[in-house]
Design a protein around this ligand. Structure first.
Ligand SMILES: Nc1ncnc2c1ncn2[C@@H]1O[C@H](COP(=O)(O)OP(=O)(O)O)[C@@H](O)[C@H]1O
Ligand SMILES: [Mg+2]
Length: 369
């Protein structure tokens, strides 16, 4: 159900949404001059009672909430309307809805506004890859491969819906909950998405280039094309994903921690370092399939459809050659499954799993749109 539905945000309004560590620190600096953020509502849509904070991004807070009707947990994403980039969440709801009804994308239960907040109610998920990465500092090859092939599947689906994701980072990949769900990677945060096909004709948008424009997305994972001012296309989501894989495996990237006098200079240093670092150097010590992954993505033209099957096959091959197999056991699997980690009722039925199974069978969700 949606209340106070807004029209789709124009793509251009997202163009300069630079989301990165620098943007975050600037937000923090400017916060003293902005009004104080009010407390979030206690109850949303007369139905969802807000609980503890699950996570925060650049523009929003995500809270645990209890659905008073079913007793189940849900996630509530809140954007303070008076924050610098307003009403981003309303556009995000549209993109969420465009890519719904598939395993690995949370369902939107409700969206609307209350007081000073734009709000969206979503399926409740578990910890993000960033949560795990912060604790573990590195992931094993097996974990990266098991995650990676699902991450490629998510992007394939989003791309096949005519949408570019443009905000690849570990924070935006979130594990599910429950016995089966906790092995499943979900894609969240459609706030920087953009359509690359005309909705009526299906024509791919034309490539534009504008030197010196800001980077959309997270700079550390941005492809060189984006640094150089080209519009993003499907290849750039997959290149960013490649950088995420290597970050998770290595625990670092050669361009992290570079110091510069301002944001522009820092981005330039990062761009140069990315160009200087060969794929072989970046992937040294890891299966050569990762080099091939980058080679494939870099061989793609702006308009090309990536070969998602081949990319997943490369990950599978890397795992097989290392003498391991995809047994569903992540580095953290021995830790307590996420079910109770977000403070929900431990006796609650695994409703999310039921949802996932429903989606598996292809049944369409009824949406009050
Ligand atoms: N459905 C969800 N269930 C549980 N946690 C979530 C859910 N959606 C997001 N989160 C957590 O909240 C964080 C911020 O959400 P996100 O949608 O990425 O916000 P932003 O657009 O501000 O970056 C995520 O990194 C994740 O840790
Ligand atoms: Mg996010």
């Amino acid at each position: 159900m949606r209340e106070n539905s807004g029209s789709r945000n124009s793509n251009s309004s997202y163009e300069e949404n630079v989301e990165n560590e620098d943007a975050l620190s600037m937000d923090a600096e400017s916060s003293s001059s902005t009004p104080r953020k009010p407390s979030p509502p206690k109850v949303v849509a007369n139905r969802y009672r807000l609980g503890k904070l699950l996570g925060s991004g650049s523009y929003s807070d995500v809270h645990f909430a209890t659905d008073k009707v079913t007793g189940d947990g849900v996630a509530v994403k809140l954007e303070w309307k008076r924050a610098e980039k307003t009403n981003k969440l309303i556009g995000e709801v549209d993109f969420y809805e465009d890519v719904q009804n598939v395993v690995g994308i949370p369902r939107v239960h409700w969206s609307g506004s209350k007081g000073e907040y734009n709000i969206m109610v979503l399926d409740l998920l578990g910890p993000s890859l960033d949560n795990y990465f912060k604790k573990r500092k590195r992931f094993s090859l097996k974990t990266v491969v098991m995650l990676g092939r699902q991450m490629i599947e998510r992007l394939e689906h989003v791309h096949d819906c005519g949408v570019l994701y443009r905000d690849i980072k570990p924070h935006n990949f979130v594990m599910g909950r429950g016995e089966k769900g906790c092995g499943r990677v979900h894609l969240v945060d459609f706030g920087l998405c953009k359509r690359y096909r005309d909705e009526k004709t299906g024509t791919h948008c034309k490539m534009r280039h504008s030197k010196g424009r800001g980077v959309t997305g997270t700079v550390r994972y941005s492809s060189i094309n984006i640094h150089e001012g080209y519009d993003a296309s499907r290849r750039d989501d997959l290149l960013a994903l490649g950088y995420v894989f290597l970050h998770l495996l290595r625990g670092d990237l050669p361009w992290l921690g570079l110091k510069a006098k301002n944001k522009k200079a820092k981005h330039e240093l990062i761009r140069k370092k990315k160009i200087e670092t060969s794929d072989e150097e970046l992937c040294a010590g890891w299966p050569q399939e990762f080099v091939q992954y980058f080679k494939h993505c870099k061989s793609l033209d702006f308009y090309d459809r990536p070969d998602y099957v081949t990319l997943r096959g490369l990950l599978d091959s890397a795992l097989v050659r290392s003498g391991q197999f995809n047994d569903g056991q992540y580095d953290w699997t021995s830790m307590e499954c996420q079910t109770r980690s977000h403070g929900e009722r431990s006796d609650s039925k695994d409703s999310k799993e039921t949802v996932a199974e429903t989606l598996d069978t292809g049944r369409k969700r009824k949406h009050g749109k």
